[in-house]
Design a protein around this ligand. Structure first.
Ligand SMILES: Cc1cc2nc3c(=O)[nH]c(=O)nc-3n(C[C@H](O)[C@H](O)[C@H](O)COP(=O)(O)OP(=O)(O)OC[C@H]3O[C@@H](n4cnc5c(N)ncnc54)[C@H](O)[C@@H]3O)c2cc1C
Length: 303
């Protein structure tokens, strides 16, 4: 068994884990990141860019959006089922986060809208080569990873964390494994950044009520099995409401699949009983559409 000691151990090197690691290291901490996959970045390698509200770029372009308005809009959108304090904090810190990333060398394209009726809060990353677009945020991850390494953060890839170590009720570290066997990392602070559970059909069934492969076909980013959530529960964390955001890209709405492009407006959506079930005006909102589909008795028809 190998043992390590550090000030902060970060579980998962996705966007949140890397941000935590860089911030801790910038503040003088000795940091280790343990990452299950063979690369850093997690989902953000497939993303385009982060949300920002009241950013410099928005102010310069007179884009009229405030933290208060974004907060109300978001909470209304999620029917107040999201953690209001967390959302507020996320929005309040978003402009500073964009600036922090810019200072690190990340460049952004103009703030964009996610769908026509939304606000221009999407700060799509300018990739090193080519145009801003799909997977552009991989460039941001590369820069964050380089910054972490420059600050002396030790990143161990292919090192899944298994459990949280506790001593007399205090969290003091984690256990993990890699190709050479088991290891333990003792730390003053453990930060969990293992993302969601989109690759865990059991969790999806239990917490969302959908059966993957039967009534849900979604991105399954390998390894996102809710490990950190389970570890935190095992260590005594309390459970909160959790679900998945359903997203469906309707024809002609800027969705990703080119096969959609032949289907132009006006779209008429009917369920498998041939009944119209949605006001097609909202189909440009991928979440509203997915929610409406999910409410249908027979959700999917596989051709
Ligand atoms: C296709 C796609 C496009 C998206 N586009 C956008 C976008 O443009 N803008 C936006 O804001 N959001 C977007 N999102 C959502 C966004 O990417 C995620 O919300 C965000 O990246 C999550 O970051 P995270 O660090 O919390 O988790 P994750 O990205 O899930 O990272 C978790 C990391 O932890 C690791 N891990 C898991 N278990 C363990 C373990 N036991 N031990 C060690 N490591 C572990 C994983 O391998 C992974 O690297 C998109 C998501 C997808 C899938």
């Amino acid at each position: 068994m190998r043992e390590f000691e550090t000030d902060v151990v970060v579980v998962g090197g996705g966007a949140s884990g890397l941000a935590a690691a860089v911030t801790a290291a910038e503040n003088g901490a000795k940091v280790m990141v343990l990452e299950k996959a063979n690369t850093t970045g997690g989902c953000a390698n497939m993303a385009m860019g982060p949300l920002g509200v009241e950013t410099r770029m928005q102010r310069e372009r007179l884009i009229d959006i405030s933290v208060d308005r974004a907060f109300n809009k978001f909470m209304e959108y999620s029917h107040w089922r999201s953690d209001a304090r967390l959302i507020r904090r996320y929005l309040e810190q978003s402009a500073g986060t964009i600036e922090w990333l810019e200072n690190m060398g990340v460049e952004f394209a103009l703030p964009s809208k996610y769908f026509p009726a939304s606000e221009a809060t999407w700060h799509i990353v300018k990739p090193k080569t080519g145009k801003p677009g799909l997977r552009a945020a991989a460039t941001m991850i590369k820069i964050m990873t380089e910054r972490a390494e420059e600050l002396g953060v030790k990143i161990l890839l292919e090192t899944p964390v298994k459990s949280i170590i506790k001593d007399q009720g205090e969290v003091i570290g984690v256990t993990a494994s890699d190709k050479d066997g088991e290891l333990e990392v003792y730390a003053g602070a453990v930060i969990i950044g293992t993302g969601g559970f989109g690759d865990n059909p059991d969790f999806i069934k239990k917490y969302v009520g959908l059966e993957w492969g039967k009534d849900l076909f979604s991105y399954r980013i390998p390894g996102l099995t809710g490990d950190g959530i389970q570890m935190a529960w095992d260590a005594g964390a309390s459970k909160d409401f959790m679900t998945m955001e359903m997203v469906f890209f309707a024809p002609n709405t800027g969705g990703y699949a080119p096969i959609e492009l032949p289907f132009r407006q006006p779209n008429l959506l009917v369920n498998l009983d041939g009944e119209r079930f949605i006001n097609e005006e909202v189909i440009e909102n991928p979440v509203f559409t997915a929610n409406a589909i999910e409410k249908q008795k027979r959700k999917l028809h596989i051709l």
